[in-house]
Design a protein around this ligand. Structure first.
Ligand code: GLN
Length: 485
């Protein structure tokens, strides 16, 4: 392995290099850390590194290999983790000034599983504060630059994880998705991003934003690596009562190219009036799928127009409740200038939270307040059921649904900062999957004339990640939308 190979490593290449004794896990970890630390100023994608932890993991892998044992599915693989996921003994800031010095006291289940499978965690990635945002500009630690176009955002809220995967400063990464925060940055950065079925991956140790919508999921440079990463972290966890009992199939075994006859639905509501380079690329991608033998038909998801309103009521309601714990008594830094306990709460929160968190706390408190609860929160929950039902009906007719991930590619830093509503509207295609709790992913689908990546979204029915990966891998293998005339 030469240093120049670091940014393009795949899980398979790491496995081969270790098996052939071309390099040790420790050597790889050292080289990967050196590269990531040198490259990071270009994007600000990592907030901090954890070299001691990385080297300790790598040493364990080398020891196992020396004893001739199986070192795990992710042995030696350099991994980055969004800074909303707890890592024992390592700073976990959630992109917030409030938690700037917070050291997590335990590991998230996903982290334990990654390391048990031989994964080497290099560091923690930048994100919108408490995962609220679509551009990573809401981080208290400065925005992330898109490695493909440094004057543009990487998407958000898992912008750091998207950026490191594209930049090559990690082989794979973990992000979190509540309304699109894995798929949208994956789309903007030109990598694969997966939001599994709700409950597929334990949320234990994921800092709560909107608990009924939060997911942990993988970023990778190819479908195989994303599928493998999900396989490692998925499955029932007694520490999360909402984690599912459903057995985890071997996702990588599903990548067999057998997609002939797969029925694909294009939701009318998502394509209406969509005339753009993004639309052209997605339609070229649909042609690729047709060329692979898929059957394409139009479907309807009639409640789509209510999705944004519904999502921003439910997520702000849950966020206002979840963020109540940051009160200056537990977890966070504390405002020093307060005469009374009430002042201490107010000042700590006033000084610590950024504008977007405050906006959501106010909106969420409002929709939950007596007198408004029925009109907003309860109504939104009913609409959520209708949206989920739209998908269940659609999956009686088709095996997968294909849409754009975002109406446009990566936008310029600062471009949408003054207009929160415009930022919210950009989530139109991704939030429905979260509301329905179904698996969905972004797979690269070519680039615009200006060279900006565009992602195609594939959605599948509950727990059918294997079918989704099969389609995505076949699409990737056929060159994605490379056939755009
Ligand atoms: N952009 C959406 C929001 O701001 C989604 C965020 C997320 O998925 N964490 O809420």
């Amino acid at each position: 392995m030469t240093p120049s190979e670091i940014p393009t490593l795949t899980v398979a290449r790491v496995r081969q290099g270790l098996a052939e004794r071309e390099f040790s896990a420790v050597e790889l970890a050292q080289e990967a850390l050196r590269f990531a630390q040198a490259e990071n100023p270009k994007t600000n994608a990592y907030l901090h590194f954890c070299p001691e932890r990385a080297l300790a993991s790598a040493r364990r892998v080398d020891e196992k290999l020396a004893r001739g044992e199986d070192a795990g599915a992710l042995a030696g693989v350099p991994i980055a983790v969004k800074d909303v996921i707890l890592t024992e003994g390592v700073r976990t800031t959630c992109g917030s000034k409030l938690l700037a010095n917070y050291i997590a006291p335990y590991d998230a289940t996903a982290i334990m599983r990654l390391e048990a499978a031989g994964g080497v965690i290099l560091g923690k990635t930048n994100c919108d504060e408490f995962a609220m945002g679509s551009s990573t500009e809401n981080s208290a630690f400065g925005p992330v630059r898109n490695p493909v176009a440094p004057d543009r955002v990487p998407g958000g809220s898992s912008g750091g994880s998207g950026a490191v995967t594209a930049q090559g400063t990690a082989v794979v990464a973990l992000g979190s998705d509540t309304g699109g925060s894995i798929r949208q940055p994956a789309s903007f950065c030109g990598v694969v991003g997966v939001t599994p079925t709700y409950g597929r991956v334990s949320r234990y140790g994921l800092t709560a934003f909107a608990s009924s919508l939060d997911h942990i999921g993988p970023f990778a440079r190819n479908v195989h690596d994303a599928a493998l990463l999900l396989q490692v972290i998925a499955g029932r966890d007694p520490a999360d009562a909402t984690s599912a009992f459903a057995p985890v199939p071997a996702y990588t075994a599903a990548l067999d190219g057998q997609v002939r006859g797969v029925r694909i639905g294009l939701p009318r509501e998502y394509f209406q009036g969509l005339a753009s380079e993004t639309a052209d690329l997605i339609m070229a991608g649909v042609e690729t799928l047709r060329g692979l033998g898929c059957e394409v038909r139009e479907i309807s998801l009639p409640h789509t127009e209510y999705a944004i309103g519904c999502y921003y009521i439910i997520c702000t309601a849950e966020a206002s409740s979840n963020l109540a714990r940051y009160d200056g008594v537990r977890y966070t830094s504390r405002s020093q200038q307060s005469a009374t306990l009430g002042d201490m709460y107010r000042n700590t929160r006033g000084e610590g939270f950024g504008a977007e968190c405050k906006r959501r706390i106010m909106l969420g408190t409002y929709v939950l307040s007596a007198g408004y609860y029925d009109a907003y929160y309860l109504k939104a929950q009913k609409v959520r059921t209708l949206i989920a039902r739209d998908f269940s009906r659609a999956f009686e007719e088709v095996d997968a649904i294909v849409t754009p991930v975002s109406p446009f590619p990566a936008f310029k830093l600062g471009e949408k900062l003054d207009d929160p509503l415009e930022m919210y509207l950009s989530d139109i295609y991704t939030i429905t999957g979260d509301l329905a709790g179904i698996p969905c992913m972004s797979v690269p689908c070519g680039r615009t004339a200006a060279g900006l990546p565009v992602g195609m979204q594939i959605l599948a029915s509950h727990f059918n990640e294997a079918g989704m990966f099969r389609l995505a891998a076949a699409f990737e293998g056929a060159g994605g939308a490379a056939r755009l005339a």
